[in-house]
Design a binder for this molecule. Structure first.
Ligand code: GLY
Length: 351
């Protein structure tokens, strides 16, 4: 898979204008959703190339990451004469870059696209690494393709309009990347004051974080092996997320991942002797910033079933990525139901 170019930007208008000057293309197309059209588009609307670009707006929200929105983008591209040399710019969060990326990947067997993520979660995860797709038949990301953006432009100034919870949601994936990478990076991530973020500092940490993902994806673009490392925290995390919907108390993805990280670090501690002091530091950071998910042992069985039915599992065992130490990754690990219950006990009562 082609390597993506990541541009750290603090003046998006200038950097995007310069990028568009450098690129050779025939026809520029811009995809936004209701939110980004209102909050993010004004930051690039004065660029002459953007003024003359053809624009398409879709409804926002994960429930619109569907075949109807996708068909609307294909129709827009066709009716406005897009061809194999055209470029689509995706300006939005994870939902929009996933859908726009897939529309570009499939239109005339693939045209180039640029991602400009406008949420922290989108920047640190969805916009980078080439996973594109839509939800289908009630299943998340059921239809999709591996297709990287040619460029990802990252500007933390967009995140100033995010509420605190959405900022934290993205930050959980940055914490995950730090744990997969190095003690130094973990220390920096745990030191950041999320109540009063310094956006320049956040941009630096974010670009570093995105590079961790890039390095992993480069080794295994289609998730046959080491890319599974990026699922760290997500086996428990997806189960927490699904349970929160079942209980009618939905939580943001990153909160569920943060709680999942605690449980999977605990499994790393009991199975691979991960350092207990680091586990406790991370537990405190997460309890302080993300609070806890209110559930008790009655729900342990349901959480286990949800993990077994995660589409990444074989339905008889639950698969995890665990850590021997910070940066020392072990994929394809399993745990018994008893060990999983013990991790949930630690989450609820540990520290
Ligand atoms: N979100 C995990 C990955 O991109 O592989």
């Amino acid at each position: 898979m082609m390597k993506q170019r990541i541009i750290r930007s603090s003046m998006i208008e200038k950097d995007l204008a310069q990028l568009l000057n450098e690129l050779d293309y025939d026809g520029l197309f811009l995809l936004t959703d209701e939110n980004t059209n209102h909050f993010a588009f004004p930051r690039i609307e004065n660029i002459p190339e953007i003024q003359s670009a053809k624009k398409c707006r879709i409804a926002s929200g994960d429930n619109h990451k569907n075949i109807e929105s996708l068909a609307a983008v294909w129709k827009f591209l066709t009716e406005n004469g897009a061809n194999r040399k055209s470029i689509l710019i995706n300006l939005g969060g994870g939902m929009l870059t996933d859908l726009g990326g897939f529309a570009a990947a499939t239109f005339k067997r693939g045209i180039r696209f640029i991602n400009i993520p406008t949420t922290l979660l989108g920047a640190v995860d969805a916009a980078v690494g080439g996973k594109t797709g839509i939800n289908f038949n009630g299943l998340k990301n059921e239809i999709g393709a591996f297709a990287p953006a040619i460029v990802v432009l990252i500007d933390a100034n967009f995140f100033k309009t995010l509420d605190h919870a959405n900022l934290l949601s993205g930050y959980a994936e940055m914490l995950k990347h730090a744990l997969l990478n190095s003690p130094k990076m973990l220390k920096e991530i745990l030191l950041c004051d999320l109540e009063k973020p310094d956006y320049q500092r956040l941009n630096d940490l974010l670009v570093e974080s995105v590079q961790v993902k890039e390095r992993i994806v480069e080794k295994d673009p289609t998730e046959q092996g080491i890319r599974k490392a990026l699922n760290f925290g997500h086996t428990f995390g997806h189960a927490f997320e699904s349970l929160s919907y079942e209980l009618n108390r939905p939580v943001l993805h990153g909160y569920a991942v943060a709680w999942g990280i605690v449980c999977e670090l605990y499994l790393s501690f009991i199975k691979l002797r991960f350092d207990k002091n680091i586990l406790i530091n991370v537990l405190h950071f997460i309890k302080e910033n993300y609070s806890i998910f209110d559930f008790d042992c009655i729900q342990y069985q349901r959480l286990y079933e949800l993990m077994l039915h995660d589409k990444k599992n074989e339905r008889t065992t639950v698969n995890f990525t665990l850590l021997r130490s910070v940066g020392e990754i072990e994929i394809n690990q399993t745990a018994t139901q008893k060990e999983i219950d013990e991790a949930l006990d630690f989450f609820n009562y540990g520290g």
